[in-house]
Design a protein around this ligand. Structure first.
Ligand code: BJW
Length: 253
């Protein structure tokens, strides 16, 4: 269990109580305790084992659709087997204590929705959805078994293009509505909690900077300092599944 500075914990809860609008901006670290690997951690991160240029770019997909489709089918299975953890649950519970609360997530695993969070913006898509290559036809809650569990991407029944996961790959634009709304919330929130992200991927990593520049109080939760740390007012150092429930307990007092 992380030993948190009680003064910082108190300040975090006071700031959350005082804010009309709270944003919780999350990354892969919030799902790590559910057993879903992060991307950039040495050894355990996905990018330590797999090449992102082969697996998470349009060029990589077109070069080897079978490899990319199978990798995402494996990860879809993994995500479905896993459950939200105490960090997701605490973020849901924060809704009762904060003013309007929105989760802005870079995660594609859907675990915030499954934990009950009401307002979730998914910046990098959702791995359980697939879409045709041009993106016009979307298939929510894709089931690989129902679709025959094939090794190659199936073709869209409407347009005949190859299907691909509905996630944002490197070099692709983020969904415009989600991005505009996220920057608007960053510019108007009183508090932003930044949880479990390395802050290395743009444009998402600019959200805490936008929030701080607009006058928000920015609190980071991460076992390690990150690219966000210099922007945050302070870091609550520890795993999100331990730190966030402590914030909720403090709010209940
Ligand atoms: C814990 C924990 C615990 C561990 N509790 N915490 C400006 C400058 C430079 C480059 C660019 C730029 N603008 C755009 C770019 C290019 C690129 C980019 O940012 N590259 C950098 C990496 C250099 N960005 C893009 O291409 C984006 N598109 C774009 O900008 O379009 C416009 C454009 C187009 C063309 C040209 C120019 C501009 C798209 C980015 C898409 C990212 N996609 C991925 C894959 C999604 C699909 C999939 O899942 O397969 O999204 S990559 C991956 O990284 C994934 C994540 O959402 C994202 C962020 O990772 P995250 O969440 O921060 O995870 P980690 O692993 O990095 O960190 C985990 C953290 O958790 C660590 O800090 C741990 O300590 C912590 N932790 N246990 C709490 N228990």
């Amino acid at each position: 269990m992380s030993e948190l500075d009680p003064e910082l914990l108190k300040r975090a809860t006071q700031w959350i109580r005082e804010a009309d609008k709270v944003v919780v901006f999350t990354g892969a670290g919030v799902s790590a305790e559910s057993g879903i690997p992060t991307f950039r951690q040495a050894q355990s991160g996905l990018w330590a084992k797999y090449d992102p240029m082969r697996l998470a770019t349009v060029d990589g997909f077109l070069r080897d659709p079978r490899l990319v489709w199978q990798w995402y089918a494996y990860r879809r299975r993994l995500v479905r087997e896993k459950e939200p953890n105490p960090g997701h649950a605490a973020i849901f519970e924060l809704e009762s204590w904060a003013g309007e609360l929105t989760v802005i997530t870079q995660n594609v695993d859907g675990l915030h929705h499954r934990a009950g969070s009401a307002r979730v913006i998914e910046l990098h898509g959702n791995i359980t959805r697939v879409k045709c290559f041009e993106g016009g036809h979307v298939y929510p809650d894709w089931d690989d078994e129902d679709a025959g569990g094939g090794e190659l991407p199936p073709l869209c029944e409407h347009c005949g293009q190859m299907l691909r996961p509905d996630v944002v790959w490197f070099g692709e634009q983020l969904p415009e509505g989600a991005l505009v709304e996220s920057f608007s919330l960053a510019g108007s929130c009183g508090v932003m909690l930044v949880v479990g992200t390395s802050g290395k991927v743009q444009p998402a990593a600019s959200l805490p900077v936008a929030a701080r520049e607009a006058g928000a109080r920015v609190i980071e939760i991460n076992p390690e300092p990150s690219e966000i740390t210099p922007t945050a007012h302070f870091l609550l150092k520890g795993a999100s599944g331990e730190v966030l429930p402590q914030i909720v307990r403090q709010l209940r007092k």
